[in-house]
Write a protein that binds this ligand. Sequence first.
Ligand SMILES: Nc1ncnc2c1ncn2[C@@H]1O[C@H](COP(=O)(O)OP(=O)(O)O)[C@@H](O)[C@H]1O
Ligand SMILES: [Mg+2]
Length: 321
Amino acid sequence: MPRVPSVKTTVPAVSSGRRVGAPSLYSGDRIGPYTLGRRLGRGGGGETFQATRRVGTQEMEVALKVSPLRYEREAKRLNDEGRYSTFLTYHGAQNIVKVNDFGVVDGYAYLEMELIRGASLRDLLEDANENKILFTSQFALTITREICLGLRSAYNLGVQNNRTCHHMDVKPDNVLITRDGQVKISDFSIAAMRFVGSKFARGIYGTALYMSPEACAMEVEKLDELSDIYSLGVTLFEMLEGSPPFTGNYQQLFRMHREEPFPCGTRGPELQRLIDCMVARDRDRRVHNYDLLIHIIDLTLEELGLTLFPLEHIFSSPVPG
Ligand SMILES: Nc1ncnc2c1ncn2[C@@H]1O[C@H](COP(=O)(O)OP(=O)(O)O)[C@@H](O)[C@H]1O
Ligand SMILES: [Mg+2]
């Protein structure tokens, strides 16, 4: 089975901004009350580290995303992400990575989050690929349902507060799973631009492998929860088939999501129906809200004679395949 392509396809397609260059911080460095540990990731929005925060004589393990203030645009994005993620955390959004604090310290914008010690959905997919196994339908559907609950919770908070709450970068890398099996959506950096009404929100951002046809067509005004549902459909396809539906460079991917027939899955008509309604190119035919999508996932489980996967055992049993 092919490995998930590691080709870098995160692109700011319209707005092209400076990206964070060489790493600026290393394990052992200190900023403000934080001592940095292992680097967890590095992208357009900054660098993410495991870190220890001193609180008096106590120490607390956290995840810390940082961006030097000299990269004005990234630092602003991180500040926006802080504002938005705090809004979600404060209002008790379900299934999202919680943010403890954000601000500026020692020349860096920072965002302090709860540290997720389990794995990302990307890690689990890579493990499955290495072991040449596919996720079970039960596991893939359960994870998809949990992501849906998180997206719905954030979306509903937006509606209640007259704000736009669309994630815009739904993909396995941005889904983290705690050791006790809670599924949490992370990286609300693109969503935040739209939430705070940043001028950069007029661009198209995201990850081309998972981008909706309307995003690939640069139709910024159309982007909404249906676009997130499309990306979630691509993610579900990848969980079931072991590789994403389309591969290529970002220009090829933009064309494929808009023009190529979405590949047929191999996992039977029930799952095919579900994927079809999530990735319909015609937005009028795409499942149009999270309540309905959750209902359809439940119906699919029922049709397949399955119950939800007991996620609390996920790290105490072998890779679910
Ligand atoms: N709270 C967290 N706990 C553990 N790991 C995290 C946490 N937040 C992010 N990560 C890891 O760091 C990577 C990058 O973080 P993310 O916020 O997605 O930023 P970006 O995609 O802009 O680099 C993630 O893919 C994930 O593996
Ligand atoms: Mg990310």
